[in-house]
Design a protein around this ligand. Structure first.
Ligand code: 289
Ligand code: CA
Length: 160
């Protein structure tokens, strides 16, 4: 190998340097886009991102819209996630559905993905299955949960 290296080596080095520059530009743009996105319509908690479109739908429609977008109706698994969702519902001053129902077995609340819930933040005296017709769960602006009718329209929040 000569001191200067072959022109093929030099070409390769240049190509790698250009690709690294392009990668850095892409990463910078992506990070900026993510910040703007989360600032305007979402919240990031750990590896989850919660996003709303600001509109209200019944549970079935909400579920379909989130899954069509590649996500799920938001389901807080701990107090930090619940707080992030509370901040979204407070900002919009609209209660949201959670991806939790007892549609399968009355009184046993499960995630839309299956499995009994491992975290909850029920309001006192809830869930009460009022009028025998409350199989979905809404998140109030105080962060507390209430079981409610799935045909009500609530703020759409998906998680990704
Ligand atoms: O239709 C009844 C609901 O709007 C809610 O009314 C009261 O806040 C409580 O009885 C709740 O449990 C109930 O879901
Ligand atoms: Ca209730």
């Amino acid at each position: 190998k000569g001191e200067k290296g072959s022109s093929e080596d030099n070409g390769m080095q240049l190509a790698v340097r250009l690709m690294n520059e392009q990668l850095r530009t892409l990463q910078d743009n992506f990070n900026k886009f993510k910040k703007i996105f989360i600032f305007s319509i979402g919240k990031e908690v750990g590896r989850k991102i919660f996003v709303t479109n600001g509109l209200e739908y019944d549970y079935e429609t909400a579920s379909r819209m989130c899954s069509r977008a590649g996500g799920l109706v938001a389901s807080p698994k701990n107090a930090d996630e619940n707080l992030a969702l509370q901040e979204i519902v407070s900002k919009h001053d609209k209660r949201s559905f959670l991806g939790i129902t007892d549609l399968h077995t009355e009184g046993t609340f499960k995630y839309s993905t299956g499995g009994t819930i491992t975290y909850s933040n029920w309001h006192s005296n809830e869930p009460n299955n009022d009028k025998g017709n409350e199989d979905c769960v809404e998140l109030n602006t105080d962060g507390k949960w209430n079981d409610t009718s799935c045909t009500n329209k609530k703020l759409l929040i998906c998680e990704f």
